[in-house]
Structures are given as structure tokens and as C-alpha cells.
Design a binder for this molecule. Structure first.
Ligand code: OAD
Length: 254
């Protein structure tokens, strides 16, 4: 029994707003990658990792305490992501970027699926799991490090390599913060897709955009802290709503 498709009819008021607005900030979370089979950050872990709490592993302290365990966890996540492909939600954002050159995509996801789909204007708010960097000197390293030590060691200083992602308790890269804040302050449309809107500073971007006068649109099958203040809440999956938005803009601009 396949689930009935989510009705994705946009109100004419919203469709007109989407067609006329040029400056968009799209904030994505792990819900955008759900249709690609990548578990959301808060999904229960499976198999060997079922007994671990993701949030307890994604910290500098966990890495210092047991670098091999944390490295192996990320290698497992990379193996999941390697089997995943971008889904219609990712491709709809590529099409929207082609029609809206002033669209900025800020993603909390580290899976690299937006890049693989072809999005160009991406702000990686939490880094990218497909890159490694040295835990000690910070140099970004080749993805295929030499040797079979787990973690591999840095070719510059001999320190341990780690995934180039933001861990709990770590700062967002300054360039990402500035680019996202700039886009939020200029936004006419703020589209929050597939995020629980619970982790700051990413979750604060919607407030900044609203203060700048943006129309706030949320796509999520569940309610979040943003839902109460959003101008439009599109209830359902990103892989249904984003293609509907892309076709409304395509028809509107053609
Ligand atoms: P979460 O796992 O917290 O939330 C996923 C959101 O996606 C939830 O609100 C779901 O309802 C929604 N969702 C699930 N399936 C969906 C679908 N098919 N279409 C649309 N939405 C769907 O993931 P994030 O909000 O992305 O940070 O988490 C944000 C950050 O919290 C992560 O980047 C991570 C974590 O701490 C770091 O690792 C630094």
C-alpha cells in the first residue's frame, strides 16, 4: 500500500509571492535527505551503532576520549551516504537556483547531496562529511588518506584527522555565519525545509529574515518551533513540496 501523494497545491497568494521575490534564503535540514535514505540526525541509530547516542559521539571530547570510535562512526555514516543519491527535493532546489540567481542555500546537512545534485550557491553551516581536516592543525586533508590507521594522521603535523564537520560545542565557521546572516538580512523569501528548527544559530536565521521583512515558509511533515510564526506551513515531505514550488515558479516566470 503506497502512501497517497501529499496534496501540494500552493495558494495563489503564496505562488505569486514566490514568483515575484528574487532574494531567497533556503535553509535545509536532514529532512531534505530523508527521501534519499539518509537517516535524519535524530533518527535512531542502527546495527552496531544502535547503542550509541549520535549527540554523544559528535563532540571534540568524544574524539579525544576515543578517536577510533568516532572515526569509525563517521566512516559508517560516509558508507550510508555513499549509497544515497540526491532526491527530487535536491533537484528542485537546483532548478530554483537556476530561476532565482539571488537564491542562497544554507544547509545544516553534511552529506554533500546538495553539491552532488548540482546546487552551486551553498553555505555549509555544519561543514561537510566528505572532507577531513586535522584535529590539531586544522589543515583540510585529502579524503583518501594514506595508511590504515584509524583515524589516519595529518601529513603536515602528524595529528589525527577528523571529519570536516561542526561538532556539538564547536563554533560555526565564521565565513558561513557571515554569508548566512547577510542572506537572511536581505531575504524576501525564507524557506525552511526539513529541519526541526531547534539548533542555534541556524534556527535563528528565520527570526533575522522575518525582521528584515521576509515571507517565512516552512516545509515539514511535523510542527516545529518555527511553525507558529511562519507565514505559510506546507505540511508534508520536501520531495513533494519543493518540486511543486519549482513548477509554480517555472510557470510564473515563463
Ligand atoms: P533533525 O533530525 O533534528 O530534524 C529533522 C526534521 O526533518 C524534523 O523536523 C522532521 O520532522 C523533518 N522531516 C523528516 N522527514 C522529512 C521529509 N521527508 N521532508 C521534510 N522534512 C522532514 O535534523 P535537523 O533539524 O537537520 O547539527 O538538525 C539540525 C542539526 O541538529 C544538525 O545539523 C546537527 C544536529 O545537531 C550538527 O551536527 C552540528
Amino acid at each position: 500500500m503506497t502512501a497517497s501523494p501529499t496534496p501540494t497545491t500552493l495558494s495563489s497568494e503564496l505562488a505569486e509571492r514566490l514568483v515575484s521575490a528574487e532574494r531567497w534564503l533556503v535553509l535545509t535540514g536532514s529532512g531534505v535527505s530523508a527521501a534519499s535514505g539518509v537517516p535524519t540526525f535524530r533518527d535512531a541509530q542502527t546495527g552496531l551503532w544502535a547503542k550509541y547516542d549520535s549527540q554523544a559521539l559528535a563532540t571534540p571530547g568524544a574524539f579525544r576520549a576515543n578517536p577510533t570510535l568516532v572515526w569509525d562512526w563517521y566512516e559508517w555514516r560516509r558508507s550510508l551516504i555513499a549509497q544515497a543519491d540526491p532526491n527530487p527535493a535536491h533537484y528542485a532546489l537546483v532548478e530554483l537556483e537556476g530561476m532565482k540567481p539571488a537564491l542562497t542555500l544554507v544547509t545544516q546537512n553534511v552529506d554533500g547531496l546538495h553539491q552532488r545534485a548540482g546546487s552551486k550557491s551553498i553555505v555549509e553551516f555544519h561543514g561537510n562529511i566528505v572532507r577531513n581536516r586535522c584535529f590539531d592543525c586544522g589543515v583540510v586533508a585529502d579524503l583518501e588518506p594514506e595508511g590504515d590507521s584509524r583515524p589516519p594522521t595529518c601529513g603536515h603535523c602528524g595529528g589525527f584527522l577528523r571529519p570536516d564537520v561542526v561538532w556539538f560545542g564547536e563554533a560555526i565557521p565564521q565565513t558561513a555565519l557571515e554569508a548566512a546572516a547577510h542572506a537572511a538580512n536581505a531575504a524576501e523569501i525564507f524557506l525552511s525545509v526539513g529541519t526541526a528548527a531547534a539548533v542555534y544559530p541556524a534556527a535563528g536565521l528565520a527570526q533575522a529574515a522575518a525582521m528584515a521583512g521576509a515571507t517565512i515558509v516552512e516545509i515539514n511533515p511535523e510542527r516545529t518551533p518555527l511553525s507558529a510564526t511562519a507565514d505559510y506551513v506546507l505540511d508534508g515531505p520536501a520531495a513533494s513540496w519543493l518540486p511543486a514550488i519549482a513548477s509554480a515558479v517555472r510557470e510564473g516566470v515563463s
